[in-house]
Design a protein around this ligand. Structure first.
Ligand code: MLT
Length: 337
């Protein structure tokens, strides 16, 4: 073989090897896009940051996730549709905004079903949680790979202290587009205003609505203290915020990347529970220092609880399945229906 033919052959070999290396993975390094409904600093953000760190470490630095906070990639509902279509990789959003796409997840938004962080962890980390993950893949085309725990949703408003259902009368309260939450406020005697999360701050600021409910951490992160004065510690919903991945994007990944996604999600979930415990009391104090006035519901919340449970639960027995509800209640050590 002449030197020039030899050189050409070697060059060909080098090019082939480079192409093979690229197609076997080097070329596929990717920065996945993650939408967040909330602003920087809250439980969604902390879950997302922890996930990104863990995911990068578990893929040897090859893959990464970039966070887009504060609804930059659309309303929380839009992010579910976009992930289902495969045009968005990840989203962290409130579970109440997943329920319209996957109704059985409503077991997590039935009023007073979850009564503590422990209950929230038990339900999401058990067989029941796995069934909800499977149902969400089936119904909505997205896979839940992690959970942020954000604490009880508290009622805020700009007009007056609220401790009884009578105090609530006449207030315009924004709710997510979630049937169970809408029905809960109806049971409490008012007609709430369904509104996308991305429009809520402006709605409160322009006084289109007087109030809303969300956890302390979210109230603080979203700077609601600038447009709301009163907080009522209703504890009807414990806010859980799943991290979802587009099922089509997930299925496109090789097994090692899928494994890294699942493991990073698990690590971020564990971190989320400790973040909540460390932050919630501090944030409550901070909101008081900023001038918010906090009240507890009168009579240990009995009126609120009895009205919501007696009127809302039976409406959802068929949709959620009494057996499923009983399974959930049993796992929490509570009386069955
Ligand atoms: C909502 O109220 O729509 C959500 O809870 C907002 C959030 O994601 O924090």
């Amino acid at each position: 073989m002449t030197p020039s033919k030899n050189f050409t052959r070697q060059l060909g070999l080098v090019l082939c090897l480079s192409a093979a290396a690229l197609s076997s993975g080097l070329a596929q390094a990717k920065t996945f896009r993650m939408a967040l409904g909330d602003n920087v600093g809250g439980t969604q953000y902390e879950l997302g940051v922890k996930f990104a760190e863990e995911f990068k470490a578990r893929t040897g630095g090859k893959h990464d996730a970039k966070l887009f906070p504060n609804g930059q990639l659309g309303s929380e509902e839009d992010t579910v549709s976009n992930a289902a279509m495969g045009t968005l990789d990840f989203s962290v959003l409130a579970v109440n905004n997943v329920t319209p796409f996957s109704p059985t997840v409503g077991v997590l938004t039935l009023p007073y079903m979850i009564q503590s962080l422990d209950d929230a962890v038990k339900l999401t980390q058990s067989d029941i949680g796995q069934t909800l993950v499977d149902n969400t893949v089936r119904d909505a085309g997205v896979r839940i790979v992690g959970w942020a725990y954000s604490g009880f949703r508290v009622l805020t408003n700009s007009k007056r202290p609220v401790t009884t259902l009578a105090d609530l009368k006449g207030l315009q309260i924004r709710v997510p587009k979630n049937e169970i939450m809408i029905d809960t406020y109806r049971a409490w005697g008012i007609n709430p205003t369904p509104m996308a999360w991305s429009e809520t701050f402006t709605g409160l600021q322009l006084k289109v609505v007087d109030g809303q409910d969300n956890p302390y951490i979210t109230v603080s992160t979203m700077k609601f203290d600038e447009v709301q004065k009163y907080i009522t510690n209703i504890r009807y919903l414990f806010s859980i915020e799943p991290l979802i991945v587009s099922e089509s994007v997930f299925q496109e990944q090789p097994a090692d990347v899928q494994k890294a996604i699942l493991e990073a999600g698990k690590a971020a979930t564990e971190y989320s529970a400790s973040f909540l415990v460390a932050e919630e009391t501090k944030i409550r104090k901070d909101l008081t220092a900023k001038g918010m006035v906090i009240s507890d519901p009168a009579d240990d919340e009995k009126e609120w609880i009895n009205t919501a449970v007696s009127q809302v639960w039976p409406k959802y027995y068929d949709q959620l399945g009494k057996d499923n509800l009983n399974k959930a209640l049993k796992s929490l050590g509570r009386d069955q229906i």
